[in-house]
Design a protein around this ligand. Structure first.
Ligand code: 2BA
Length: 109
């Protein structure tokens, strides 16, 4: 058995959950925040058989779409004389960051 962790955009979370549950997967949703942008995202946990992992990933990909680049107003940084300035940075958003880990033991009581 495997645990699939999928970090997706908050806006994509519900659609991914709907698609996964419609295909028979059990999903736990966690409200999380990215360490870089410090904004909310959604982490989904799916426990499933090894043979179904690729199907789960395909469903997540289909729902989230591809990564795309956005320019984000990062910062603030402290400039000369102590002035606070924002600076733009370009990051990839969308898509999903997926980790698949082995499950040693699983039971429901
Ligand atoms: P954040 O940490 O808020 O990162 C948002 C996006 O900013 C990332 O998108 C990436 O394009 C960029 N980014 C992140 N760290 C960076 C850095 N040190 N320098 C430059 N750019 C950076 P994604 O890679 O799609 O990640 C989306 C979210 O997935 C992340 O939100 C984080 O919550 C999670 N994540 C991604 N990789 C991870 C990892 N290796 N371990 C744990 N969480 C991860």
């Amino acid at each position: 058995m495997k645990l699939v962790y999928a970090i997706v955009r908050k806006e994509d979370g519900n659609a991914v959950i709907e698609d996964l549950t419609r295909h028979g997967f059990s999903v736990t949703k966690m409200s999380t925040s990215g360490g870089f942008l410090r904004s909310g995202n959604t982490t989904l946990i799916v426990g499933t058989e090894d043979s179904l992992v690729q199907q789960a990933i395909a469903i997540i990909k289909e729902s989230c779409g591809e990564h795309k680049k956005i320019t984000y107003n990062g910062g603030p940084i402290v400039g000369a004389g102590g002035a606070h300035m924002n600076y733009p940075i370009t990051v990839d958003v969308g898509g999903a960051t997926i980790f698949v880990i082995d499950v040693d033991h699983f039971e429901k009581i």
